[in-house]
Design a protein around this ligand. Structure first.
Ligand code: NAD
Length: 508
């Protein structure tokens, strides 16, 4: 098991100043930078467990001001010609690329994910803004057939208005862009609240938006979910909530929005299965599954969290998974040799260790990892492979959101699909096979938003992404991800005022 840079100095010089001695952490409200005027909260470095920085939260008045600014700005933003809005989105893309390395540094510090991937995510952020700048140019409504000659039935797409965007910590750039790019492209304005853990990253993005978007179109506030986030959800002037995060928090937000009849777009947790059929090369499938389970230390909503393997290839598959897992380089996310960084926080690691201990108490066997690397600071956990699991274990039912890969054998296809479907979640599923009928069964029988075949956990920005059941209710990305930020309005237009036979008769 490789451990790189865990005890040495950080392998890279950070250009962005961080730490208690850097007091300026302004929010963006109505185009102006403003320090939060409520309590400060600390941000810890996941690789060391030590304080990284602290930020002052937005006060209730500042949140009101951010929403009011978004309301004022929305009318003129929506009224501006589409090419002008698209030009602004292109400017955001160009500006974010100017800050690529600063952003990658800070995302690495705040998430613990290896640096090289964070560079990639800055590029994807820019790509998303460019994609929606261009799609919005051709995104329109339709003309429905009319009741009568001389009429037009226009179905126009209209923005919701002000979108409260609540973002989780695991992909602070991408998941923000999934929402904010299509929301802006279609004429909405936004108030963004990042997860506390990744506030610094988002405050750099605030500078990008301040340099490119008209005042009030994008506002960034910070603070805890329960205070700042919930005020945005309950605010009478936010017209919709776009939330990505845990199922538990999302369900609460959905309940509040339900009472207000406010649209709530919920992208929630997952427990994605993978099925390795007997026609798949077990060595290659093992490589793919190890990637899908341990990317971002297993803290991806679509991480492979349970694997079902045909018994005829089970032994070869498990041996290869263990071999690959024990070779993974766990370490300092700034070290170019590191493949797996720390988990984000102690709470998350404790939950994973609890699930593991309970599974072991019920007979599960750990074949690799399962421990905190010796002498490590921060929130590291060795990538873990578990066998002899059964389906009643929490490890097989609840989201783990950590570097743990439980593996089970199956006998026939019916059993494999039944096990994969035995979950309250419905985000994604992957299968490894060259048999078309198995692919058909996967997309017909699994209640999920995405099915990956032989290439797991890959985003295609042009195609929709999202969950079903406990994993959510909306699609982001693709054309569907733009439709999601518009409502439709019907204009029934009789092109001349003329008498209708069903109107009450004339009064003498
Ligand atoms: P979280 O639910 O704790 O928080 C998400 C966001 O909501 C944060 O900004 C948080 O501050 C805010 N929030 C928390 N409580 C709130 C409340 N009562 N009212 C309003 N806002 C509130 O999630 P997290 O720990 O940041 O992220 C991890 C979770 O996100 C995992 O469950 C993961 O599966 C899920 N996730 C889902 C997707 C997806 O697309 N389906 C993508 C990434 C992460």
């Amino acid at each position: 098991m490789g451990i790189v840079g865990l005890h040495g100095a950080v392998a890279k010089v950070i250009r962005i100043p961080v730490g208690e001695n850097v007091p300026e952490r302004p929010l963006l409200i109505d185009g102006a930078f403003e320090l939060g005027s409520a309590e400060r909260f600390a941000i810890l470095n996941p690789a060391t467990g030590a304080p990284l920085d602290s930020v002052a939260s937005a006060s209730p008045d500042q949140i009101d001001a951010a929403v009011a600014a978004a309301v004022r700005a929305q009318r003129s933003w929506w009224a501006s010609p589409q090419p002008a809005r698209s030009a602004v989105l292109h400017a955001v893309a160009a500006e974010v690329l100017q800050r690529k390395e600063d952003l990658a540094d800070v995302v690495t510090l705040e998430t613990g994910r290896p640096y090289a991937r964070n560079l990639l995510y800055v590029d994807m952020f820019a790509d998303l803004f460019r994609q929606y700048a261009e799609l919005a140019r051709v995104h329109g409504g339709r003309i429905a057939p009319s009741n009568e000659a001389g009429q037009l039935s226009l179905v126009v797409r209209v923005p919701y208005g002000v979108v409260a965007s609540l973002i989780p910590w695991n992909y602070p750039l991408l998941l923000l862009a999934f929402k904010v790019a299509p929301a802006l492209a279609t004429g909405n304005t936004v108030v963004i609240k990042p997860a506390s853990e990744t506030t610094l990253t988002t405050l750099i993005l605030a500078k990008v938006f301040a340099a490119t978007t008209p005042p009030g179109v994008v506002n960034v506030v910070a603070g805890s979910g329960r205070t700042v986030g919930e005020q945005l959800v309950r605010h009478p002037a936010t017209d919709m909530v776009a939330f990505t995060g845990s199922t538990e928090v999302g369900a609460g937000i959905g309940a509040i929005c339900g009472q207000m009849a406010k649209p709530a777009h919920l992208e929630l947790g997952g427990k994605d299965p993978a099925i390795v059929f007997d026609d798949a090369d077990p060595n290659l499938a093992a490589k793919a599954v190890v990637w899908a389970a341990f990317l971002n230390a297993g803290q991806v909503c679509t991480s492979t969290e349970r694997v079902y393997v045909h018994h005829s290839v089970y032994d070869r598959f498990v041996d290869r998974v263990v071999e690959l897992t024990t070779q993974l380089q766990v370490g300092d996310p700034f070290d170019p040799g590191t493949q797996i960084g720390p988990m984000r926080n102690e709470r998350g690691r404790a939950k994973v260790l609890e699930q593991l201990a309970a599974a072991q108490a019920s007979g599960a066997k750990v074949l690799a990892g399962g421990v905190i690397p010796e002498g490590s600071a921060g929130f590291y956990l060795q990538p873990t492979v578990v066998v002899d699991v059964d389906h009643d274990m929490e490890l097989m039912q609840e989201e783990t959101f950590g570097p743990v890969l439980p593996i089970m054998a199956f006998g026939g296809d019916d059993e494999a699909f039944a096990l994969a479907a035995d979950t309250p979640y419905g985000l994604g599923a992957s299968c490894y096979t060259d048999t078309p009928d198995r692919v058909r069964r996967a997309y017909e029988e699994l209640t999920v938003g995405t099915v990956w075949v032989n290439d797991p956990v890959v985003d295609n920005l042009a195609a929709p992404f999202g969950g079903m059941r406990a994993s959510g209710n909306v699609r982001e990305l693709g054309l569907e991800g733009m439709d999601a930020f518009t409502s439709t309005r019907h204009v029934h237009w009789n092109m001349r005022l003329e008498d209708k036979p069903w109107w009450y008769g004339d009064v003498e």
